[in-house]
Design a protein around this ligand. Structure first.
Ligand code: NG1
Ligand code: ZN
Length: 558
């Protein structure tokens, strides 16, 4: 609590100290006219335009912390975006994404011209009944971008301007900061709120799971990890000291030479459907890529014919749900389990999950907050975006049942299965997708099943697909419905897409405005790569002509 000494007595501060806020704000003045929006994952733009935004997110985090009487997180990162970009997002009390109403306040606050700042802050306090007498605690983290240090300093200024207390965790992965927030708000129940506590929790669960692995092929699990020249490299190196020797990790793109996210990283690999440039890959060698802030992971390998195989978020969700479903059956527990995907999920994955595995699948809008929300409706909710961002959520009731059974079950087989589930729960970062945690879980599952990456890949074959971007004057021209699978505006666009899709076998296509870039995204899949490429191109042309395309007309692929 921020306290003022008045007449010898300590009086809680009841009103905001606007003079102090204004003084600090002048040091982080907003360039007049500049406007931005709290998008899919917070604010993202060129780092040079972000100073006022991050300062104000420091202010907002204090208000949110007072309102929820909880610790709030502020992460400075632009994930897979290029080095010159940066971004900021707030983390809510249980380590989840910021509540939608507060995203709107964030946008208002970031766009307020200097003289309006006081009014906007007061409005938020009034609408949300923020009790200024409560104390505030904010935790801050940042990625390895050259601009991140200074920007996180501006967040600190924002927190200080409103008298909030803070802890700066410095360089951490995005999911590590989510974990810290959750630990702090659950009185350490979730784990210890230190980077060491994170490594200890995950490594303990991983080793316990590995003990139950009956076969370890040649005694070692080997994995090459492209860390996108980002924070993941630093943190994975730190974590290696906590991991058993049987797991051999070779870190590549560790930031010592290359540029962040440049021709490498999970986003590059997924979008271009090829390995990172300069990554040495032996035939059938198991490789993986993190993104710039280590919340995404994808796997891949080259087969003997030199063909590239990608195991994306859909395949990861399939592997994890197969494993969890089998374990649940063994325990005899009747818990609901579902997989949550987005429209970007490959049609083959949805088909396999529903038809072969008999697992219910739900489709949510892009952005983990939407998937996370849906996943909460089940005892066990597995959610993954095709790009490799995802995790598993266990309801409180499910977790209690599993932990109870792991302790008390008389039947050996059932008890072992429950123990395995318990270790899985502890290995998973339930707050958000986490490349390090996902990596360990995937490796443990493969070891337990005695599977190679090729055997995992063989579960189903992806439909050939293509993702493209189209530049338009205003991407809000496109409005969508049905979890983004149908365009409502501009008029005629959906009809055009329908007509194009109809002509091709196993085809599907949709468009949506990106929430992190100033573009419209196009997705298409079909029976052959050529058809998927052509369909994506035709749909891009339709967007360009009907939704106000700018610059050159999209060119055919190839
Ligand atoms: P946008 O730019 O809204 O498509 C991208 C990803 C999302 C999500 C966010 C946040 C795709 C198609 N979109 O959002 O899934 O991860 O970035 O990083 O991959
Ligand atoms: Zn990311």
């Amino acid at each position: 609590m921020h306290l003022d000494l008045v007449g010898g007595e300590i009086q809680p501060e009841e009103e905001m100290d606007f003079d102090t806020v204004a003084k600090y704000s002048a040091l982080h003045a907003k360039p007049p006219g500049l406007s931005s929006q709290y998008g899919t994952a917070g604010f993202r733009t060129k780092a040079e335009n972000l100073d006022h935004t991050v300062f104000r997110m420091g202010l907002l985090a204090v208000l949110r912390s007072k309102q929820t009487t909880s610790t709030i997180g502020v992460m400075v990162t632009a994930s897979h975006n290029p080095e010159e970009d940066n971004g900021v997002k707030l983390i809510d009390p249980l380590g989840e994404m910021l509540a939608p109403a507060w995203e709107e306040y964030a946008t208002c606050l970031a766009n307020a011209e200097e003289p309006e700042l006081q009014t906007v802050l007061s409005d938020i306090c009034q609408k949300e009944k923020v009790d200024l007498q409560h104390s505030a605690f904010v935790v801050i983290g940042r990625d390895t971008r050259s601009s991140s240090k200074e920007l996180s300093q501006s967040v600190i200024d924002g927190v200080s301007a409103l008298g909030g207390q803070l802890q700066d965790y410095g360089l951490v992965t995005t999911p590590q900061l989510h974990y810290m927030v959750c630990c702090r708000n659950t009185n350490g129940n979730y784990g210890r709120a230190t980077v060491e506590g994170y490594y200890q929790k995950l490594s303990k669960a991983f080793m316990a799971l590995m003990k139950q692995a009956v076969t370890e092929r040649d005694g070692h699990l080997c994995l090459k990890v492209d860390c996108a020249n980002g924070i993941g490299a630093l943190k994975l190196k730190e974590m290696e000291h906590y991991l058993p020797k049987c797991l051999r990790i070779y870190i590549d793109n560790d930031g010592s030479k290359g540029k962040l996210n440049h021709l490498c990283g999970a986003d590059f690999v997924k979008v271009h459907q090829k390995p990172p440039v300069d990554l040495e890959m032996k035939i059938n060698e198991k490789c993986s890529s993190f993104d710039g802030d280590a919340d995404r992971i994808v796997y891949y390998y080259n087969d003997a014919a030199g063909r590239f195989h990608l195991l994306d978020g859909d395949k990861i969700a399939t592997l994890i749900s197969t494993f969890l479903k089998e374990l649940l059956v063994k325990t005899g527990q009747t818990l609901t389990l579902a997989v949550i995907q987005t429209a970007y999920a490959n049609g083959s994955s949805t088909h396999y999950l529903e038809e072969t595995m008999k697992v219910p699948v739900q489709c949510a809008k892009t952005g983990v907050k939407h998937l996370h929300h849906k996943a909460k409706e089940f005892d066990v909710g597995i959610y993954f975006e095709a790009n490799g961002h995802g995790t598993v959520l266990f309801s409180k009731a499910a977790e209690d049942k599993i932990r109870h059974q792991a302790e008390n079950e008389k039947d050996n087989r059932k008890r072992e299965a429950a123990k395995m589930l318990e270790n899985t729960i502890d290995l998973i970062n339930q707050t958000v997708g986490d490349a390090i945690s996902d990596l360990l879980l995937i490796e443990a599952i493969l070891a337990l099943k005695g599977w190679t990456v090729q055997q995992w890949d063989a579960l189903y074959t992806d439909l050939p697909n293509r993702q493209l971007k189209v530049k338009v004057a205003d991407r809000r021209a496109i409005d969508t419905t049905d979890a983004e699978r149908q365009a409502v505006t501009p008029p005629g666009l959906q009809e055009k897409i329908n007509a194009l899709v109809k002509k091709i076998k196993q085809a599907r296509a949709f468009v949506r405005p990106s929430g992190t870039e100033d573009v419209v995204r196009v997705y298409a899949e079909a029976d052959t790569q050529e058809n998927a490429d052509n369909l994506a191109h035709e749909v891009s042309l339709a967007v360009y002509h009907l939704a106000g395309g700018v610059g050159e007309e999209p060119k055919p692929i190839g």
